[in-house]
Design a protein around this ligand. Structure first.
Ligand code: ADP
Ligand code: ZN
Ligand code: MG
Length: 504
């Protein structure tokens, strides 16, 4: 999953329509999100990804006896920020609990999570899916520490040994549990997209799926259309990209329906998505037969999320993507589609707004800026593999170019060529237009000369036009534009060509 790909990863296939005609899928997602803190949740170790294995460790996150956890306040603030952005109720008092299980990636023998008293509950997120908007309930949001990373591959003795990198152990996570409100893989995709966008806008997480900052478990069941009662669910783990989530859900829905229709019953179980095989498979029963024996964490005080702290965090929340989209449509008069593209990331929206802020009143319409950003800037950035924040063309520089095009100083075609040079050199539009002699030729004498030359060079075509072949007119326009390197005013070219061709 690339940093900006959410918008483009649309489902390739879908569940067979005849299956969906008979059964309705029900899906709830459990997201694990790494918080963007510099240090771990209960110790001062760095959270930096990519450091030498086991270098970001200390007695606390290695679970050595006697080491005591100290709660990172920054993690609490980010978690509250996420909870408020998702319209949750943040509880003044919450509490960490030990979730006990034995696995090599968990050196303490337990995970510190929240159980009976989560940080926040009862939120929602609106998503755009299929024909309309849906409100997806958020059951709860709580804090926990991450496990270490088992490395099964990449070592000479990987066939016999598993290595463990404890750098990730103790990194702060929030778990965000949705209500079973999603009704299709497309809904799940839309929810994940919207959630990721909110988390990025609020700076809660970098949401980098490749580095494991955003991970997803999906709970899936099916029920006959019209039934009230939910079916038995299976939980699918290991969904670390938008595409895998989509595919795993599609597979799992069809599997459950087939199973039911052949007389079976869905078993409540945990399954793993096998990427290579493209299917979900049951985990060996021993691996999920957990009795977590939750109990309150004795080494940490209850968490206090006071009203003052919450109010402060709420006041500092940025404008969220939905509000921004509505504002763009209402205030700038751009289409909902353009608004969706431009708000894809907070940085892109900021860029668009900076272009508009740099524009003198009425120097060009917002639609023009929206179009140029979508068609030119995003394309060049994509080709260069650059992010919007790295754009060689600053917002004010784009505004200057757009104003020149709008005033007719350069044609739209020249404008695009100038933009390409601006992107390559970082020079301002005026300079490039001057250097390359790109200012628009509206001077009719110059355009007339160009037209006359083209007509003289193409007597055969001219005769065809005069004999009534209107189709060749485009040929002449093209030739003149080429001769003037796209700088002739197209309207003038049209008028003059028509006059000259009909006159002779
Ligand atoms: P568990 O007790 O197995 O942890 P929960 O009720 O806590 O189950 O729900 C865990 C997740 O499963 C939530 O995201 C919830 O929305 C989802 N979920 C619950 N019941 C169903 C169901 N019948 N079908 C699909 N998802 C479900
Ligand atoms: Zn540590
Ligand atoms: Mg549960």
């Amino acid at each position: 999953m690339s940093r900006t790909a959410s918008r483009t990863t649309q489902p390739a296939e879908a569940v067979a329509p005849e299956v969906l005609a008979r059964y309705e899928p029900v899906i709830g997602l459990e997201m694990h999100v790494q918080l963007k803190t510099a240090s771990k949740i209960f110790c001062a170790c760095s959270t930096r990804f990519g450091n030498a294995p086991n270098s970001n460790t200390c007695p606390v996150c290695l679970g050595l006896p006697g080491a005591l956890p100290v709660f990172n306040k920054r993690a609490l603030e980010l978690a509250i920020r996420a909870a408020l952005a998702l319209h949750c109720t943040v509880h003044q008092r919450s509490r960490f609990a030990r979730k006990n299980y034995f696995y090599p990636d968990l050196p303490k023998g337990y995970q510190i999570s929240m159980y009976e008293m989560p940080l926040a509950t009862g939120g929602w997120l609106e998503v755009e899916s299929g024909a309309g908007r849906k409100r997806i309930g958020i059951t709860r949001l709580h804090l926990e520490d991450d496990a270490a990373k088992n490395m099964h591959e990449g070592f000479p003795d990987s066939a016999e040994k598993t290595y463990i990198d404890y750098n990730r152990g103790g990194v702060p996570l929030i778990e965000i549990v949705s209500e079973p409100d999603l009704r299709s893989p497309e809904d799940a995709h839309a929810y994940l997209t919207a959630l990721r966008q909110v988390l990025l806008y609020t700076g809660v997480s970098d949401c980098n799926m490749e580095e494991g900052s955003l991970r997803c478990d999906a709970n899936v069941s099916v029920r006959p259309r019209g039934a009230q009662k939910f079916g038995t669910k299976a939980e699918v783990k290991n969904l670390n990209s938008f595409r895998y989530l989509q595919r795993a859900l599609e597979y799992e829905i069809e599997r459950q329906v087939k199973h039911i229709e052949s007389g079976g019953q869905v078993t409540q179980e945990t399954r793993l998505y096998n990427v290579a095989a493209g299917r979900t498979e049951p985990m060996r029963s021993k691996e999920f037969a957990h009795d977590y024996r939750y109990f309150p964490e004795p080494d940490l005080l209850p968490v206090h999320a006071g009203a003052a702290l919450c109010a402060e965090i709420a006041a500092a929340l940025p404008e969220l993507p939905d509000a921004r989209r509505q504002r763009y449509v209402a205030n700038f008069g751009i289409t909902p589609y353009a608004a969706a593209v431009l708000t894809d990331s907070r940085e892109l929206g900021d860029y668009f707004e900076a272009v508009m802020a740099a524009a003198a009143v009425g120097s060009f319409p917002a639609k023009t800026a929206a179009n140029w950003i979508q068609t030119e800037l995003l394309r060049w950035l994509k080709d260069a593999g650059q992010e919007i924040t790295e754009s060689p063309v600053a917002p004010a520089a784009l505004a200057e170019l757009l104003a020149m095009v709008e005033r007719g100083e350069v044609t739209a075609a020249s404008g695009k060529a100038i933009f390409e040079r601006m992107f390559a050199t970082g020079k301002p539009a005026k300079q490039i237009a001057g250097d390359e002699n790109r200012t628009q030729i509206s001077d009719s004498a110059a355009v007339e000369t160009a037209c006359r030359e083209v007509i003289e060079k193409n007597p055969g075509q001219a005769a065809k036009f005069r004999a009534g072949n209107e189709g060749v007119f485009k040929f002449f326009v093209g030739q003149v534009m080429r001769a003037t390197r796209g700088q002739a005013n197209p309207q003038a070219v049209n008028d003059i060509l028509r006059r000259m061709l009909s006159a002779a």
